[in-house]
Design a protein around this ligand. Structure first.
Ligand code: NAD
Length: 567
């Protein structure tokens, strides 16, 4: 039977510690909350007061309950006050020497059966355990930000952790209303090992000018249904903390996806730590505020549609009736009450296309949406035919993910007029349009694409003509990392999905998403990304290829990472 803990301590009352103290006090435990100085303690108390105050304002907590919660927390600067604690959770900065020293001190202050838990995101819990005389009573207890909201706790058990300690901590997690997932001691555990590779990748997109901070964040919120964009999330986590986590993970994995992007290191050095310092990727009204204020990098309103050409007459050209229907279904109701032409390739080695529908419509069109197949030769012929049938100045937009826009542009005979309008959005997430510019695209053609989306009320982001554009380029390597983790037997598909849903607020976990998207589709996207980048970290996980070969293609096939008997 698990031990029922009632007297606990929290050390370090910053972004995480204050929230952890609140969670423990909300569950009725008596909490000793420690930080280094009166100022830090006041700040920690302020966090708890603000957070519980908001809960009262939202009607989720009664005033009297708030008073009770606050009265259960004793704020102090003296670690000696932890002498009666049955469990201490530390949430001091992510530095081994700091935590190691603290654990050695706690070992001297607390009774021998006190459980010492670390909220570390990436450091070795085993290394921390051996700084004490009780390595069997040391665990990782990894909460997620914001601790009062996120439902996951990763319970990290080392090779020397006593099973009864894991049981006690799991029982406590359940009492706190959290889901505890028990795992081994590996840098980043489940959620951060997956999350930080993706966050780092998002930073490199901004650093290389692939996409703006606003577009990267909008693409992932709107295209994948994530609660926050990656750069806004990094600002919430803290750039210094992120830098430490990535550096530790890289040291262990030697995976370049974990090597901290230089921009993160530079921002940390410059004190641009995110919300806590008032400036990170975004600028905030004041330190610790969530309110974003405009800065020099905030785009001027209407900047992306500047120079747009009028697009009053829109025509859809599709290679098949199915492609035309899919395109119309993907756009808002009534948004495309426009002529549709089918263009079929001339059979038996002939060249060009055969039109079905009012081909004259093309001569007067301002914007032509072209839904070709994925096959490059057919798409080339389609764009050559559309280029010939339309007037110069009409914008031609490919709506297919492949081949690249530049292939369509080169075939059209007037490459400056060709853009991509790619409806991104995976597994039921609301959609976002990626307005894709090839090297040959003129700025007014891209502006026309943005103006068209704005007129339809569709959110749009700008993307270069690169494999996966923004959404898929960030999403699929992230999913691939999850498959690699499963392949390494570190965690089960259920635990990985739970970690990402409950710890990071994902609408669905990576394996549920892969099964919904289709494993064959995922493999094709990953192969394309890998072929373009040749990044070893982007090579598709062998397990994915094996499942595709075995016909486990996901939900529609009745079987993918999971069985779907009632397809
Ligand atoms: P933070 O910088 O916001 O807060 C750290 C707090 O520790 C500060 O209040 C500081 O005064 C205090 N502190 C420093 N040295 C101390 C000492 N010797 N004794 C007592 N208090 C001390 O950091 P954070 O973001 O809350 O991160 C804390 C831990 O939680 C790290 O291990 C981090 O990896 C982990 N974590 C962070 C997040 C996140 O999103 N920020 C999420 C999960 C886990």
């Amino acid at each position: 039977m698990a031990r029922e803990l009632s007297e606990v301590g929290v050390v370090g009352l910053g972004t995480m510690g204050a929230g952890i103290a609140e969670v423990l006090a909300r569950a009725g435990l008596s909490v000793t909350a420690v930080d280094v100085s009166d100022e830090a303690v006041q700040r920690g108390r302020g966090h708890v007061e603000t957070s519980t105050g908001k809960a009262v304002a939202r009607g989720r907590l009664a005033d009297a309950e708030r008073e009770e919660i606050l009265s259960r927390i004793r704020f102090t600067t003296s670690r000696a006050d932890l002498a009666a604690a049955e469990l201490v959770v530390e949430a001091v900065p992510e530095r081994m020497e700091l935590k190691g020293q603290l654990f050695a001190e706690l070992d001297a202050i607390c009774p021998p059966d006190t459980i010492l838990a670390s909220n570390t995101s990436s450091l070795s819990v085993t290394e921390l355990a051996v700084t004490t005389g009780r390595p069997g009573r040391v665990v990782g207890m990894h909460f997620f930000n914001p601790a009062p909201v996120m439902k996951l706790v990763e319970v990290v058990s080392t090779v020397v952790t006593e099973p009864s300690v894991v049981e006690d901590v799991q029982a406590l997690a359940a009492r706190l209303g959290k889901v505890g997932v028990t795992i081994g001691d590996r840098a980043g555990f489940i959620a951060n090992a997956l999350l930080f590779g993706y966050l780092n990748h998002a930073v490199s997109m901004v650093e290389t000018g692939h996409a703006t901070r606003e577009d990267v964040d909008a693409a992932m919120r709107l295209g994948c249904g994530l609660p926050m964009g990656p750069l806004a999330l990094l600002d919430l986590i803290g750039l210094d903390t992120a830098q430490e986590i990535l550096a530790t993970m890289y040291q262990q994995s030697r995976n370049r996806r974990h090597a901290p992007n230089p921009l993160i290191t530079q921002m940390t050095t410059a004190g641009l730590l995110g919300r806590k310092s008032g400036r990170g990727f975004y600028t905030y009204a004041r330190p610790h505020s969530a309110e974003v204020v405009p800065d020099a990098r905030t785009p001027a309103p209407g900047a992306v549609t500047e120079g747009a050409r009028p697009a009053d007459r829109v025509v859809v050209v599709a290679a098949t009736a199915g492609a035309a229907d899919a395109l119309r279904a993907a756009l808002p109701d009534g948004g495309l009450d426009v002529p549709v032409l089918l263009a079929q390739r001339v059979p038996e080695g002939g060249r060009g296309v055969r039109w079905t529908g009012e081909v004259d419509e093309l001569a007067g069109a301002d914007l032509v949406l072209v839904a070709g197949g994925d096959e490059p030769e057919g798409t080339r012929e389609l764009f050559a035919a559309v280029g010939e049938a339309t007037r110069p100045g009409a914008v031609l937009a490919t709506t297919s993910a492949t081949p690249p826009v530049v292939v369509c542009a080169a075939a059209s005979g007037r490459p400056a007029d060709v853009i991509g309008l790619h409806l991104a959005g995976r597994a039921g997430a609301s959609r976002v349009v990626e307005v894709v510019s090839a090297v040959s695209t003129g700025p007014d053609a891209a502006a026309t694409g943005h103006a068209f989306c704005a007129a339809l009320g569709l959110p749009a982001v700008s993307s270069p003509d690169r494999a996966g554009r923004v959404v898929d380029a960030l999403l699929f390597p992230h999913l691939n990392d999850a498959v690699r983790m499963l392949e390494a037997h570190y965690a089960t598909a259920d635990d990985i999905d739970a970690a990402m849903e409950l710890g990071c607020g994902y609408p669905v976990g990576p394996f549920a998403l892969l099964d919904a998207v289709g494993l064959d589709v995922a493999l094709a996207v990953e192969q394309e990304l890998y072929a373009e980048s040749r990044e070893p970290g982007l090579a598709p996980a062998p397990l994915l290829g094996h499942l595709v070969t075995a016909g486990h293609l996901g939900r529609t096939a009745g079987r993918g990472f999971r069985d779907h008997p009632s397809r």
